[in-house]
Ligand binder design. Sequence first.
Ligand SMILES: NC(=O)c1ccc[n+]([C@@H]2O[C@H](COP(=O)([O-])OP(=O)(O)OC[C@H]3O[C@@H](n4cnc5c(N)ncnc54)[C@H](O)[C@@H]3O)[C@@H](O)[C@H]2O)c1
Length: 338
Amino acid sequence: MGQKIGLIRGDGIGPEVTEATVRVVDALGLGFEWVPLPAGERAVEKYGDVLPQRTIDGILECKVALKGPVTTPIGYGFKSVNVQLRQRLSLFAAIRPVRSLPGIKTRYEDVDIVVVRENTEGLYSGIENEITEGVVTSLKVATRKASERIARAAFAYCCLRRRHKLTVFHKANIMKLSDGLFIDCCRKIHETEFKNDVEYEEMIIDNGCMQLVRDPTRFDVLLLENLYGDVISDLCAAFVGGLGVVPGANIGEECAVFEAVHGSAPDIAGKNKANPLALIRSAVMMVRHLGEVEAYTRLKKAYHGILEEGRPEELTYDLGGTAGTKEFADAIIRRIDG
Ligand SMILES: NC(=O)c1ccc[n+]([C@@H]2O[C@H](COP(=O)([O-])OP(=O)(O)OC[C@H]3O[C@@H](n4cnc5c(N)ncnc54)[C@H](O)[C@@H]3O)[C@@H](O)[C@H]2O)c1
């Protein structure tokens, strides 16, 4: 029997991009067995819960899952499925490579950044109180345990992937205790475990944003707490072609969930318009994570070929083309088969 992969289709463009991705991965002939798992709006309709326990159990059983984006109501309603999933499965490290791609022209060239985001704490504790009419507090959580864990994972990632410098963005000048603890842990892990292997740098995040936009090529690996990582991931996506192309992995000690940086894009949902490349590239990360190096190289070569040639009928609208989600996947499959 093949490797089991949990599959969350998600909301909005989720079903379209997951279907395209599953077809592309199946074309590699690895014999994966997809295990559908409910989450999001349709899980509420069927199970009365946005994230049923069966989905958590299913991911733990498969150890690996591919996930489409899930909608979260703004300003009311249930706690984000994504936040819950990352907290309940302890998927503490989001790894988001942001690289310039062949054929995709942006304002920047030769960008090669990896955003590492702490996935379980910070302002995503979801603990908010209305103390009195018109006064609300939101609790930012930082623990030594989680901060050291993500710092160690980020430095270890640098060593594994031969990245030479890690930059931490923070706001410890204002949040002296929470961000203060975060950078204290980063300094300690660097000093005691990685001093000779990786260069370490800190930047106050407002200056960091300016430096990023001025010249993203000066950065290598970025390490950020949860909220900063969320925001900076989208900002970095714009350096290399937008949200339609940037992949991601959520890694924990027991399992890993691969998903694009983008959301459910309700503005283009159901129109066969979404670019599935971000999720396909997340699947590429998954295939590599599973040790399928030959398939990883084959799939990468297939979409690089399409991007390099730049034929409008093989590119989605966000990259200046006329192809739909399905047609883009078909073009990749033709190259894998050919
Ligand atoms: N991991 C996740 O599941 C995740 C991540 C971010 C946002 N969300 C949720 O998604 C919903 C919509 O959020 P949003 O509009 O702020 O962000 P979004 O990422 O869904 O969309 C932002 C913009 O990027 C475009 N875009 C996104 N993905 C694209 C793709 N694959 N191809 C082409 N264009 C693409 C959209 O059309 C939109 O114009 C919200 O409910 C939010 O909570 C979910």
